[in-house]
Design a protein around this ligand. Structure first.
Ligand SMILES: Cc1cc2nc3c(=O)[nH]c(=O)nc-3n(C[C@H](O)[C@H](O)[C@H](O)COP(=O)(O)O)c2cc1C
Length: 114
């Protein structure tokens, strides 16, 4: 069997296999920056497919990092419940990472299980 199906880890983070869904702008965030139901459905489908690691779509940690009308926001606590729903849609212990932008800098947001 291919090594791609073997467990791995990134630092202390265990991965069930070596398939990674890299950060991919899905264009499905609400224009307010909130997580949409279509994004939750997408992440749930990715998780059900058995991928080892999911990196969520483009997100901004400060309004200055917004480069698209359809990207998620983490610029205020009001966005946390939507992100929480996103992590809950993953289940199965698959890490979900989010890379958030702020003025050309990237801020790694917390992992699902941290
Ligand atoms: C359509 C598309 C959307 C992408 N969206 C994001 C994104 O939202 N955030 C991000 O950090 N990288 C994004 N990327 C970059 C990818 O995550 C990846 O780093 C890049 O495609 C290099 O990997 P590759 O050589 O396997 O294509 C995107 C890439 C593509 C092709």
């Amino acid at each position: 069997m291919s090594i791609l199906f073997e467990p791995s880890q990134i630092k202390k983070m265990p991965l069930r296999n070596r398939f990674v869904r890299s950060a991919t702008c899905d264009g499905m965030a609400q224009t307010s920056g909130h997580v949409s139901s279509n994004q939750i459905k997408l992440i749930a489908e990715l998780a059900a497919g058995g991928v080892g690691l999911i990196v969520h779509a483009i997100t901004y940690a400060h309004p200055s990092g917004q480069v698209s009308s359809f990207m998620n926001s983490l610029a205020d606590d009001e966005f946390i419940p939507g992100m929480k729903k996103l992590t809950e849609a993953v289940h199965h212990g698959i890490p979900l990472y989010c890379v958030a932008f702020s003025k050309n800098t990237m801020v790694p947001a917390r992992r699902q299980d941290e």
